[in-house]
Design a protein around this ligand. Structure first.
Ligand code: URA
Length: 246
């Protein structure tokens, strides 16, 4: 990988800034000065230092965000802020993208990464990783709705959904529900409720597989995932563990 791209991606400034660091002789690979921006380095095999400090190279970033409402799950948008626009610059420069989508008016757990394999494992219909949502509806749900969700509801375009769980959140207010789905069709939760004659007024994703949204994250905040969280999710996806109870 080119040294200027590596250092720019890791937040050492623009490629122009990195050129200056190189010019000043501040960048070394295994102790040897690098002077050209186009020098190729292998950050996994070589020790890269800037001003004597070792560069902490991690090939991928994995972020957990509490997506706020009114922000788009995309990398660019002409009108609205995207989830990438609200990242710190040192994370935004790593070319991250959201893992799947939440609607503009949906809040909650959104993962952001630059690891395509990780994103694929969590969104592939074959893997069937469960996603859990809290919803507030315009009407009470019935036991019939729960049974319909379990057997699969027919959406507007004729598609029959995979079995989903539906239950009342606190067992009392039948407009506040929990839904667990194992697929991710466009507006899926809203369309499933529409199919049983109800409207979703509020939607929040709380879990992906067994990973819960960190309660310390307010809407708009995010943090790095721990390596255990990343590995556990991948393991779930590959073992289809999260499909177990559906
Ligand atoms: N289902 C929806 O309808 N919207 C979302 O944002 C996520 C799931």
């Amino acid at each position: 990988m080119r040294i200027d791209k590596l250092l720019a991606n890791l937040g050492y400034g623009s490629r122009k800034d990195v050129k200056q660091l190189l010019k000043k002789g501040l960048v070394k690979a295994d102790g040897a000065k690098l002077s050209s921006a186009s020098s190729h380095v292998d950050p996994e095999a070589q020790e890269i230092t800037v001003s004597g400090e070792t560069v902490d190279y991690k090939p991928y970033i994995y972020l957990m965000m509490h997506k706020p409402q009114q922000v788009i799950s995309a990398t660019v948008d002409d009108v609205h802020d995207t989830v990438i626009d609200i990242l710190e610059i040192e994370d935004a420069v790593r070319d991250p993208f959201p893992v799947g989508r939440l609607d503009k008016d949906t809040e909650g757990l959104l993962l952001i990464t630059n690891d395509g394999k990780f994103a694929h494992a969590l969104t592939s219909p074959k893997k069937g990783v469960k996603k859990t949502y809290e919803a507030v509806l315009d009407q009470d749900v019935s036991e019939e709705d729960t049974a319909l969700f379990k057997s699969g509801v027919t959406l507007d375009a004729g598609y029959v959904t995979k079995p989903a769980e539906l239950y009342v959140k606190d067992g009392i207010d039948k407009k506040e529900v929990i839904v667990v789905i194992s697929e991710g069709k466009f507006h899926q939760v809203k369309r499933m409720f529409e199919a049983v004659g109800k409207k979703v007024l509020y939607l929040k994703r709380t879990h992906i597989g067994t990973l819960a949204l960190d309660p310390d994250l307010a809407p708009g905040e995010y943090r790095e995932m721990s390596s255990d969280e990343v590995e556990d999710l991948l393991e779930e996806a590959y073992q289809k563990k999260s499909n177990g109870s559906l």
